[in-house]
Each structure stands twice: as structure tokens, then as C-alpha cells.
Design a binder for this molecule. Structure first.
Ligand code: T46
Length: 196
């Protein structure tokens, strides 16, 4: 088995589709709640705070030529993939994000290098350090996100559930918080779903 690099903070077993193993997520800043699996039941994934964000351990095929990871919509992640984009050439000290989506769901992967994702659902704010190309962070709708601490040469791959739509963004934190805290159930704060 390939050794983890110095940046590795998760105790994550290598995932091969034919050999399922229990998943362990442990870092200084990240606590995963192993209880109560959500409706989506991909290969192996656990709920983590904020309550509706999840780290998903993606399949890895390793052989002497290297490693291959694949992602199928509605199989490994709980949505159909309608858009792919990636962030790269991020200068040292720069941050991205600073918004939430009304409907969009995304999976973020540190395809190369590392960066931190700070998530805030209006109740919980937590840092997810990403540094593994087989580890995806699923961000459901109505979660504020900020990305920073990009390492040199890092690449953030994003799989999105829909095409780009500026109207889907909350780019003002106060507006987001007003809407997110208006409903009683976290993650169910989307105005287009009829919450009042
Ligand atoms: C997110 C983080 C991780 C497009 O025209 N099409 C696109 O698909 C996207 C994603 C962006 N754009 C335009 C909109 C802005 O004029 O590109 C410009 C930069 O977008 P933004 O400031 O939203 O970029 P980030 O890196 O702050 O955020 C992006 C995504 O927008 C967002 O959904 O979660 O990456």
C-alpha cells in the first residue's frame, strides 16, 4: 500500500471496490458523526458537520502503473453530474468561494495539492482540510463555503449538479444567514422548496 504524504491528515484506508472496509475520518479539526446515514447510500460515506456535508471515499484502482479514481453520478455521489470545473493557479494567500447555493450540490476534490474548505450551514462552521485525490467533500445546497490555504500547484476539481446560474448564488452572508436560519431544519432552507 502506498504511504501517505506528510500533508495527510485523514486515516483513510485505500478503497478498492471489491474490498469494502470501514471508513475512519479523524483529524484535529474534523469530527465525523458515524450515526444515522442519510438517504443516499453510496459506497462508503459518512455524515460530518455541518450536518449535511459529507466526506465521500471514492473508489481507487491501484496497480503498478499508478492509481485511478472514477465517479459516477447517483452511484458514488448523490446527484447527476451536469458540470465540471476546476480551480488552479491559485496564488498563495488567495481565497475562493464566499457564497452559498440555493439549489446546487457539489463535490469538491483536491485533485492535486491541498486546501481548506470552511463550511457554514448557519448553525455549524467547520474546516475540512482536503489533500487526497480519492476523497470528495459533498456540499449540499444552502451551505456557505470558503476555500483557502491553497498549497502551491493545487487543483480543486468540482463536480456540480447543475449548469452555472448566477441567480442560484447567495453572495451576501447576511442574506444567506437570514434564509438559512429562517427554517427549523438545517439543509432544508431553500426558498424555492416552499419554506416560509
Ligand atoms: C464554488 C467554488 C468552489 C462561470 O461563468 N461559470 C462557472 O461555472 C463558474 C463556477 C463560474 N463562472 C464565473 C462567475 C464569475 O464571474 O466565473 C467567475 C468566478 O466565479 P466565482 O467567483 O463564483 O468563483 P469561486 O472560485 O469563488 O467559486 C466557484 C463556484 O462559483 C462555486 O460554486 O462552490 O468555486
Amino acid at each position: 500500500m502506498e504511504q501517505m504524504t506528510a500533508h495527510h491528515t485523514y486515516e483513510t484506508p485505500v478503497h478498492t471496490p471489491e474490498k469494502e472496509k470501514p471508513l475512519v475520518f479523524e483529524t484535529g479539526t474534523h469530527t465525523a458523526d458515524p450515526n444515522e446515514m442519510p438517504a443516499f447510500s453510496g459506497p462508503r460515506e459518512k455524515r460530518a458537520a455541518p450536518q449535511y456535508a459529507r466526506l465521500i471515499d471514492l473508489p481507487v484502482i491501484r496497480d503498478l502503473r499508478g492509481s485511478l479514481t472514477y465517479i459516477e453520478g447517483f452511484h458514488h455521489i448523490p446527484f447527476e453530474i451536469k458540470r465540471v470545473y476546476y480551480l488552479y493557479d491559485v496564488p498563495g494567500g488567495a481565497s475562493r468561494g464566499g457564497h452559498a447555493h440555493k439549489q446546487l450540490e457539489q463535490l469538491l476534490i483536491a485533485i492535486s495539492g491541498s486546501f481548506d474548505v470552511i463550511l457554514d450551514d448557519g448553525q455549524t462552521r467547520q474546516i475540512f482540510p482536503l489533500n487526497r485525490s480519492y476523497l470528495g467533500l459533498h456540499i449540499p445546497r444552502m451551505v456557505w463555503r470558503e476555500l483557502d490555504n491553497f498549497s502551491s500547484g493545487s487543483v480543486c476539481l468540482v463536480l456540480a449538479s447543475d449548469v452555472y446560474e448566477e441567480d442560484d448564488y447567495y453572495r451576501n452572508y447576511d442574506e444567506f444567514i437570514t434564509e438559512a436560519t429562517r427554517t427549523t431544519e438545517p439543509g432544508d432552507a431553500c426558498p424555492t422548496r416552499g419554506s416560509t
